[in-house]
Write a protein that binds this ligand. Structure first.
Ligand code: MIC
Ligand code: SF4
Length: 640
């Protein structure tokens, strides 16, 4: 049988289950990654499961998100992560070394391997032919402990690329085009596989930009073949021995195929406040710009930065624009400084930020009131920048650089120096700690680490008030906002829970606490965006027992199940319109509902009954009945 690349990657890692779309499967996990903002909770859960050394081939704990120590909390969390990771056999990439996805691609990713990361942009690894999947912290803890990941066999969408990108059109424009075609929920339950002649015109960093931002499609992951360019990239990283050639069998089938002629793509932008709100840059041309930020795990590679430097060379940033540059890794920064490109960037008036997530996660650089901010990042969700009134546009690095110079949104045009990847990257792993170099380690725990909530075994009936009704496309940035003020509290769920859904309604948490818990009602694609399980743990802390929505994002749904919160989907979406905030709902037999996959819900306030579905597999049923994965696993593999 002819297999596509996704099927090959899954079949070589299949532990159990059948590769039939929609069926539960278990795959073996070669590598894991965590970052600091999801990492604290992930390692607390690893400890709660009483795990010894991790069983993966390589696990790495990155510290890249929360780089601002405005109090002891965050510094304590970093010390906790470093000590707990090393003591469990996990490598540590220290602050300053770079953004997890960029560094992992450079130093650790291996074509053909599986990678599970507690960050939604883990699919970056698909740029070198990895099956790289984002998951909640608890699922990553389990992957480290058991070496496996539970998945639902996805559909595979083949994206056939032909031709080559025009000069001044970047990989970012291509993924924006895919977002325009598929939308932010078009990838749910799917893996996006790129193939066709056009693939060979895209370098590894460009492929990684595309697989990275496939997360915004809601896709399980995205993947490119591993070919000669992958080999060259790994050789330049001193890792040619990690190379293996991988591609789909000729004539392999896909569940759906989309064809894109690279030569037809124009510079594109995602307008506020959704990554699929795609328009051409030409349509926006002339709009005044206040801020431009270049960086993030999507677009901060050496190639990106060299293009930006070439565009800025000899030019000045417009006086009304603040331009920030965050190189993706220390390797990128070092090489920029060695080749002189950094000087071109600095001479233009750009501000150099740390090699970290920075403004992408609201860690500084919040734009001014009503600002127009152009960012090469992947998410322009409402309020994510830290300024609710700001309009954030997602653009390519070239659009960003040209617009920073002119002060208005500008279509990149004209000749810039041709930039090429080096045949040898500057390799310096001194900020990576190898657990083998450390003996017995005392785990450092600061006072900011508070016990996290654990669900209760399901029994009796659920009788709760709808304490909030929200619309479509609610993000995890809405459910559990992250910014410079809240990120230091990722190991303190009781504190964080007071800000749950605060971008939508500031009184939600107080109201839910006062009601002794509640139920959340939502629209389509509820919980899209990040992998943060805090968006499930904070509702759990407040006593939320169920969400009832029109549809739900993959990772958030898994996180709700892990927390023992029922992720219900309206059987008939018109029932959404009938419910109001404040309605009292009763699920008489939640255990029966989980077992049968169907909940009969009484709206006591309005006096009618409706059904909601729970599309869960047998393992997930048991987890929900036990009140979450920690209880379930303690009873099973990690029992006393
Ligand atoms: C994000 O981009 O939203 C984050 C911050 O990287 C998250 C992880 C987190 O919330 O810590 C993600 O994408 O998973
Ligand atoms: Fe960091 Fe932003 Fe990438 Fe998330 S999307 S990992 S915050 S750079």
């Amino acid at each position: 049988m002819k297999l596509n690349l996704t099927q090959k990657l899954i079949s070589t890692h299949l532990v159990s289950g059948e590769m039939k779309v929609g069926q539960p499967i278990v795959v073996s996990v070669d590598q894991t990654l965590t970052q600091d903002s999801t990492g604290t909770m992930c390692y607390l859960q690893l400890e709660a499961l009483k795990v010894g050394k991790v069983v993966t081939k390589r696990s790495v704990a990155y510290i890249d998100h929360n780089m601002l120590q405005s109090g002891f909390e965050n510094a304590d969390d970093h010390a906790y992560i470093q000590s707990v990771a090393l003591s469990h056999g996990v490598f540590v990439s220290k602050p300053g070394n770079g953004i997890c996805h960029q560094v992992h691609l450079e130093r650790f990713g291996v074509p053909g391997y599986t990678l599970v990361g507690s960050d939604s942009h883990t699919p970056t690894g698909g740029g070198i032919g990895m099956l790289a999947i984002g998951a909640g912290g608890l699922d990553v803890a389990l992957a480290m402990a058991k070496g496996t990941l539970n998945l639902t066999m996805p559909e595979v969408i083949g994206v056939k690329l032909t031709g080559r990108l025009k000069p001044n059109v970047c990989a970012k424009d291509l993924i924006l085009e895919v977002l325009r075609i598929l939308s932010v929920k078009g990838g749910v339950g799917k893996i996006i596989e790129y193939f066709g002649d056009g693939v060979k015109s895209l370098t590894v960093p460009e492929r990684a930009t595309i697989t990275n931002m496939g997360a915004e499609l809601g896709a399980t992951t995205s993947v490119f073949p591993s070919d000669n360019l992958t080999k060259k990239f790994l050789r330049a990283q001193g890792r040619e021995s990690d190379f293996v050639a991988l591609s789909a069998d000729r004539g392999a089938a896909y569940d759906k195929v989309i064809e894109i002629d690279l030569g037809l793509i124009e510079p594109l932008a995602a307008a506020p406040h959704m990554p699929d709100n795609v328009v051409t840059v030409a349509e926006l041309a002339g709009k005044k710009v206040d801020q431009v930020c270049i960086g993030s795990c999507t677009d901060s590679s050496l190639l990106t930065m060299l293009k930006v430097a070439a565009a800025l060379k000899g030019k000045k940033v417009h006086p009304n624009v603040s331009l920030t540059i965050s190189p993706g890794s220390r390797q990128v920064l070092t090489m920029l400084s060695k080749c002189g490109a950094l000087k071109d960037i600095l001479d233009s008036g750009a501000r150099l930020l740390e090699c970290a997530c920075g403004p992408c996660i609201g860690m500084g650089q919040s734009p001014k009131t009503d600002a127009v901010s152009l960012r090469t990042f992947n998410r322009n969700f409402y309020a994510r920048s830290g300024t609710k009134s700001a309009s954030v546009y997602l653009v390519s690095p070239l659009t960003a650089a040209y617009s920073a110079i002119s002060g208005v949104i500008t279509v990149p045009q004209g000749e810039i120096e041709d930039v090429k990847l080096p045949s040898r990257f500057d390799i310096n792993d001194s900020l990576i700690l190898d657990p083998a170099d450390f003996g017995d380690i005392t785990i450092e725990r600061g006072p900011n680490i508070k016990p996290f909530p654990i669900g209760q075994k399901l029994s009796g009936k659920i009788e709760k008030t709808v304490t909030i009704k929200v619309g479509d496309n609610i993000t995890t940035d809405d459910i559990m906002p992250s910014n410079a003020k809240l990120l230091p509290y990722r190991s303190n769920i009781p504190y964080l829970s007071s800000f749950c859904l605060s971008t939508v309604d500031e009184s939600f948490s107080e109201r839910t606490r006062a009601a002794g818990g509640g139920i959340i009602v939502g629209g389509e694609n509820y919980g899209q965006g990040s992998s943060r399980e805090h968006a499930a743990l904070a509702p759990l802390q407040l006593g939320i027992r169920a969400v009832i929505v029109k549809s739900i994002a993959r990772i958030h749904r898994d996180n709700l199940i892990n927390s023992g919160i029922l992720p219900l989907v309206f059987g008939d979406t018109t029932d959404y319109d009938k419910i109001d905030e404040g309605d009292e709902l009763i699920i008489d037999d939640p255990v029966g509902a989980v077992e049968s996959g169907k909940a009969v819900i009484k709206n006591k306030t309005k006096g009618y009954t409706f059904t909601a579905l729970l599309n869960v597999n047998d393992r997930q049923k048991e987890i929900l009945i036990e009140g979450g994965t920690i209880n379930y696993e303690r009873r099973g593999t990690f029992g006393e």
